[in-house]
Design a protein around this ligand. Structure first.
Ligand code: KIV
Length: 259
C-alpha cells in the first residue's frame, strides 16, 4: 500500500485529518505545508468556471488542473475527482482512472457513490488504483442541496452505503452534508477514516473548498467558516492599482527596466 495512504488510515482515532481543495500550483504550494490531503475537486465547475453544477467538467479539465496542483505538492496525499460520466462502467472507470493517475502523478481518485457503483470501486482497487468514496450529498447525482441521513431510515441506508464502500476497498470516505448523529454512527462503525464537509466534528477529518473558506467564492452555506476575506484584499489592491495607473503613479522609475 502507498505509504501516504497508510499514513492517512493510521490517523483514524489518533489525530484529525486536514484536507482542502486546490485547482492550481500556487494555492497547492501553501496548502501542502499544512494539509494531509489535497483534493482536486470537480467543484472547480462552480468555483472556477461559473457553472451551475459539476456535470460538465471533463477528464481533460481535471487533468489540466491536477498537473498544475501536482507542481505545488510535495508531501500531502493528492486525490483527484473522477468527473461525472468517467466511471459509468468498470472498463471505462479503469481506463480513465489509469489515465488520471499516469498523466497527473496523483495518489488516488475520488468517486461519488450512486449506491450502484461498489463493484466499480472494487475493480479499481483490484487494478491498484486507490479510491476515496463520497456519500451524502453527491453533486454528480443529486440535485437538491440538503441534509442527508436525518431520519432513522436514511441513517441506516447511509451507514449501509458507507459499509459497502469500505468493503469494496476504499481507503477513506467523504461525508457531505450528513446529519451529525449519522456521521457519528458511520465514523464509529467504519475502520477507514471519514472526512466531513458540512457533517459535524464527529468525522475523522474535515475538508472545505478552499475558495469558500478564504472568502472568495461567494458561496457561504452555514457549514463554511470564512477564515479570511480575500475578496476584500483583492478589491483593495485592484482599486489602488487603478488609481495609480490613472494618476500615472504606476509604473514609476523604480519599476522601469534598466536599458
Ligand atoms: O469537488 C469537491 O470539491 C468535493 C469536496 C466538496 C469534497 O468533492
Amino acid at each position: 500500500m502507498n505509504k501516504k495512504i497508510k499514513a492517512i488510515i493510521d490517523k483514524k482515532n489518533k489525530s484529525q485529518i486536514v484536507s482542502l481543495t486546490a485547482y492550481s500550483k500556487n494555492i497547492a504550494k501553501i496548502l501542502d505545508k499544512y494539509c494531509d490531503i489535497i483534493l482536486v475537486g470537480d467543484s472547480m465547475a462552480n468555483v472556477l468556471y461559473g457553472l451551475k453544477n459539476t456535470h460538465k467538467i471533463t477528464l481533460e479539465n481535471i487533468i489540466q488542473h491536477s498537473l498544475s496542483v501536482k507542481k505545488g505538492v510535495k508531501k500531502s496525499l493528492l486525490v483527484v475527482d473522477m468527473p461525472k460520466g468517467s466511471y459509468k462502467d468498470a472498463n471505462s472507470a479503469k481506463k480513465n482512472a489509469k489515465n488520471l493517475m499516469r498523466s497527473t502523478g496523483c495518489d488516488a481518485v475520488k468517486i461519488e457513490s450512486n449506491k450502484m457503483n461498489y463493484k466499480i470501486i472494487n475493480e479499481l482497487i483490484k487494478s491498484k488504483i486507490p479510491v476515496m468514496g463520497h456519500i451524502g450529498f453527491t453533486p454528480q447525482f443529486k440535485k437538491k442541496f440538503r441534509i442527508e441521513g436525518a431520519s432513522e431510515k436514511k441513517m441506516k441506508e447511509l451507514l449501509n452505503e458507507a459499509l459497502l464502500i469500505e468493503k469494496a476497498g476504499a481507503f477513506s470516505i467523504v461525508l457531505e452534508c450528513v446529519a451529525p448523529k449519522t456521521s457519528k454512527l458511520i465514523t464509529s462503525q467504519l475502520s477507514i477514516p471519514t472526512i466531513g464537509i458540512g457533517s459535524s466534528s464527529y468525522c475523522d477529518g474535515q475538508i472545505l473548498v478552499t475558495d469558500d473558506m478564504l472568502g472568495i467564492s461567494g458561496f457561504y452555506p452555514k457549514f463554511v467558516k470564512r477564515y479570511a476575506s480575500v475578496d476584500a484584499v483583492i478589491e483593495k489592491a485592484v482599486k489602488k492599482y487603478t488609481r495609480d495607473v490613472r494618476l500615472k503613479k504606476f509604473p514609476n522609475k523604480k519599476n522601469f527596466l534598466n536599458e
